[in-house]
Design a protein around this ligand. Structure first.
Ligand SMILES: [Zn+2]
Length: 484
């Protein structure tokens, strides 16, 4: 059994605690024995250990010791097993209540045996991230049963199997934040031995997406007229995009990316990168949001999709509430307690990741809120659409960390997408590995009638490209719910 103690109390003999406590507790007429009184916690000050009331300890903000959280009486007496048929974790407390042992919460934890499993297992499109779980075991049953929430995707997830660890973790009472006092390995089981996985379906709420954007929409006969009307609106929206001019600054930005330069002030600097490196999505793109999703995430995706219909009519993009339709899953998990040990959580500084090429999925840290969260969503989908990073102040793709966290596609983001997905452009090369296609700089200039001189000017003065805000693009900002 591995114990993590608060401070260094682990080596302290219980008898000694009793002895040192005697004189300060006599007055309260408390009998000193090896068991802490209910409502009291152990505390050390200047090398002296004594018992104080939990409330007092909390008010004082002192670090206290929970003597019994790892009590052998408790841990040696409970019995547990995992039922592979039903995916149930069953624990028999043998008439002991863990709350009596100052255990605040008892959790059953599942995690891929290799923390990297979720990253290396390409074919699973990130669904393994949801197999880093922590479920509370109820304390008021003699025999508690917890159904392990194990998920699989519809993306051939079991072709490459990996073992899952199952652990039991206890957190102690008294301290203001939960502190793990015991973490015990229960068992390690190869995934293929589990019979019953849950298929995850995307988060969905009525009234957010336009009916024409819902991949799996069932239209009843009575709703047909309304749907047709909406569909006409959609066609008009797409047509309005034909009026948008292609701009030299947009192409110049498509020809840049950033390179990490620790010696540089901002850590990142501009780098030339051929436009052909930007890969377009040439297949149907169906988004699905999974995990700790909140309603505003759907709203953010919807606003972005509306703008994309206009600016990238060549892009077929929609949403589905069924995994079988989804081609671009977006997973929301948070890294609290360092539970998620996949790339996003283990590498400090990541709040969102787009996994390119074969993987083609997104991970987002669900602990983020507000505009920051929206910014991460838009930024990562921006990558999935082919956008790279920039150092522009107002861009969803910025790496200018002192700037605002832009929670929508800004003018320059839209200008780049307008070129990438322009219907008059035939992508020049085909990337067999990723089934994505890219454009050539010269072809863009020729076919869209851009001034080569001005493109070159912006390439040389890229910061000027950052500040372009063509008025004809304004309504697309408004379409995303942003006032200009
Ligand atoms: Zn990025």
């Amino acid at each position: 059994m591995a114990s993590v103690w608060i401070g260094s109390w682990g080596l302290f003999a219980v008898d000694e605690v009793g002895a040192s406590l005697t004189h300060i507790l006599e007055k309260n007429d408390l009998e000193i024995n090896s068991v802490l009184k209910p409502g009291y916690v152990m505390h050390e000050k200047n090398g002296v250990k004594f018992m104080i009331k939990s409330e007092t300890a909390e008010k004082m903000g002192v670090i206290t010791l929970e003597m019994e959280c790892d009590s052998e009486e408790f841990w040696d007496n409970i019995e547990y097993e995992v039922d592979l048929e039903t995916l149930e974790f069953v624990v028999d407390f043998n008439n002991l209540n863990y709350r009596d042992y100052k255990i605040r919460n008892l959790y059953v934890i599942t995690e891929p045996y290799s923390p990297d499993a979720a990253d290396w297992n390409h074919s699973t499109k990130g669904f393994e991230y949801h197999n880093f779980t922590k479920t509370l075991v109820p304390h008021y049953h003699d025999v508690a049963t917890v159904r392990l929430p194990l998920y699989k995707s519809n993306f051939a997830s079991l072709e490459k199997t990996y073992p899952l660890n199952i652990k039991l973790e206890a957190t102690s009472m008294g301290a203001s934040s939960s502190v793990a006092c015991v973490k015990e390995n229960v068992t390690t089981i190869p995934v293929e031995r589990f019979r019953d996985f849950e298929n995850m379906e995307p988060f969905f709420a009525d009234g957010i997406f336009e009916p024409y954007d819902i991949e799996n929409l069932q239209i009843e006969a009575s709703g047909e007229d309304a749907f047709i009307e909406k569909f006409m609106e959609y066609q008009d929206l797409r047509k309005s995009g034909a009026e948008l001019p292609s701009l030299e600054a947009g192409l110049a930005l498509l020809g840049k990316d950033l390179i990490f330069e620790p010696s540089n002030d901002g850590d990142y600097k501009w780098e030339d990168q051929p436009v052909s490196y930007k890969l377009l999505r040439n297949n149907k793109t169906v988004i699905g949001l999974y995990g700790d999703v909140i309603k505003s995430d759907l709203e953010d995706v919807n606003k972005m999709i509306q703008a994309l219909h206009v600016v990238a009519p060549g892009l077929d993009i929609s949403y589905s509430s069924e995994t079988k339709d989804v081609t671009l899953p977006i997973h929301f998990t948070d890294c609290k307690d360092k539970l998620g040990k996949h790339i996003g959580c283990k590498t400090e500084g990541f709040v969102g990741v787009y996994f390119a090429n074969f993987k083609d999925y997104i991970w987002i840290d669900s602990s983020k809120r507000g505009d920051y969260r929206s910014h991460i969503i838009i930024h990562e989908i921006g990558h999935a659409l082919g956008l790279g990073h920039n150092l522009c102040w107002t861009s969803a793709m910025t790496y200018e960390f002192s700037g605002p966290r832009v929670p929508y596609l800004s003018h320059i983001d839209l200008m780049q997408l307008q070129i990438l997905y322009h219907p008059d452009l035939t992508p020049t090369s085909y990337n067999y590995k990723t089934a994505k296609r890219s454009l050539g700089r010269q072809e863009v200039i020729n076919k869209l009638g851009l001034s080569e001189e001005r493109v070159a000017y912006y390439e040389d003065n890229i910061e000027e490209a950052c500040y372009q805000k063509p008025g004809v693009y304004d309504y697309l900002i408004e379409l995303q719910g942003i006032e200009n």
